[in-house]
Design a protein around this ligand. Structure first.
Ligand code: NAD
Ligand code: DAU
Length: 350
């Protein structure tokens, strides 16, 4: 893999992946990052990377749905591998405005697959990044395996499920070398503050309401983003072509416990004498429609076949994350001056 197309590289996980792949992974080739720069895409996440790795990083602003623009990228950069992150990724937005999810997540993925098919002689791998949400909600005591039937419950997860099926079909029908990974909830640096963890951290810094949906008893499995990036790279190198791998953090937590833990850690890291306890800011708000109760991942296939386990516990990962948001106030201020705040305030009457 000499010329890797990374889609959505200016988003949260994509930018962490590009930092990891160029700095730590041992990969010697070039990264061609194609991103449309939606509200969630922030080139500042990769500031200075082209100078740090001369000749090894290139950014192209384009929409993966634009066949002509993407054809030019494949031709000009002699793409030989694809790591496909680009997506609309926020469940709440998919409930309010599903159109973009259908376009980018389904049509955009289809477009890339068609381009990969037409350049099949050169393509060594098409790796598709997906989510555990395609499996739907799971009751206590069981976990999602790679054989769990798909049961998506939101427009977001349904669009990701459709894209997974397309990727698998292109592997089976056209012999395209594909791999798919389905990962649990990520957190860490550069995450856009519409998602639970950065939203709670940043609201807590400003002593604003900390919105918890419903009764706060929904369970998610949390994974530090660098662990996800390492798993992706392992699968890209050594995963069996045509296979799916689940990735998880072995870290199931109820939302309310995540929020309380963040409050307590912020109070330890930045003591605030004579202020009310941050937990007092927790505000139960109306629930997300169709809110999945529990996600839990069995990643034993990835562990057994490729030797991957997460390096970070939730405690070590969340401390690093809180510190990152403290140390990167300029990034936070610039992101917050964008459009997302008004959207969130409107949704939850904050
Ligand atoms: P994100 O919303 O932070 O970033 C998405 C990126 O894709 C942005 O840079 C955006 O500009 C870009 N993009 C969107 N539409 C595009 C288009 N039409 N053409 C080109 N670029 C476009 O998302 P994320 O949290 O980094 O998620 C990345 C991928 O990982 C997604 O496929 C998501 O489904 C998957 N995933 C996310 C999580 C998680 O917890 N965040 C967990 C499992 C899987
Ligand atoms: O499981 C993987 C998925 O994790 C990814 O595929 C998605 O792209 C990613 O957004 C994430 O989806 P969730 O819906 O689980 O993440 P979110 O951070 O939006 O919410 C996490 C949990 O917290 C969920 O149960 C809803 C709840 N929540 C969320 C927000 C934003 C709250 O209680 N309050 C909030 O303000």
């Amino acid at each position: 893999m000499k010329n890797m197309l990374v889609t959505g590289g200016c988003g949260f996980i994509g930018s962490n992946f590009i930092h990891y792949i160029l700095s730590e992974s041992g990969y010697k080739g070039r990264i061609i990052n194609v991103d449309k720069l939606t509200y969630a895409g922030n080139p500042e996440n990769l500031a200075g990377i082209d100078k740090k790795f001369p000749g090894r990083y290139c950014f192209v602003k384009a929409d993966i749905c634009d066949r002509q623009a993407m054809e030019m990228v494949f031709e000009k950069h002699q793409i030989d591998s694809v790591c496909h992150f680009a997506a609309e990724s926020h469940v709440d937005r998919s409930i309010v405005e599903p159109d973009a999810f259908i376009k980018t997540n389904i049509t955009g993925t289809f477009n890339l697959l068609e381009l990969a098919r037409s350049h099949k002689d050169k393509i060594l791998l098409f790796h598709h990044i997906s989510t555990d949400e395609v499996y739907g909600s799971i009751s206590d005591g069981s976990c999602f395996t790679e054989d769990t039937p798909y049961h998506p419950n939101s427009p977001y997860s349904a669009s990701k499920a459709a894209s997974d099926h397309l990727v698998r079909a292109y592997g089976t029908t056209y012999g395209l070398p594909v791999t798919i990974s389905n990962c649990s909830n990520n957190y860490g640096p550069y995450q856009f503050p519409e998602k639970l963890i950065p939203l709670i951290i940043l609201n807590a810094f400003e002593e604003k309401a900390l919105p918890v949906y419903g009764d706060g008893l929904n369970i998610r499995d949390w994974l530090y983003v660098t662990d996800h990036c390492k798993a992706i790279w392992l699968i890209m190198q050594n995963g069996k072509r045509g296979e799916t791998y689940n990735i998880g953090g072995d870290c199931e937590m109820r939302n309310i416990d995540v929020v309380k833990m963040i409050c307590d850690l912020i109070e330890k890291i930045m003591p605030r004498p004579n202020h009310p306890h941050l937990q007092e800011l927790i505000t139960f708000v109306k629930d997300r429609p169709g809110h999945d109760l529990r996600y839990a991942i069995d990643f034993s296939k990835l562990q057994t076949e490729l030797g991957w386990v997460p390096a970070e516990s939730f405690e070590t990962g969340i401390k690093k994350t809180i510190k990152w948001y403290i140390d990167n106030k300029n990034w936070v201020d610039r992101v917050k001056s964008g459009k997302y705040m008004s959207w969130i305030k409107q949704q939850y009457d904050l």
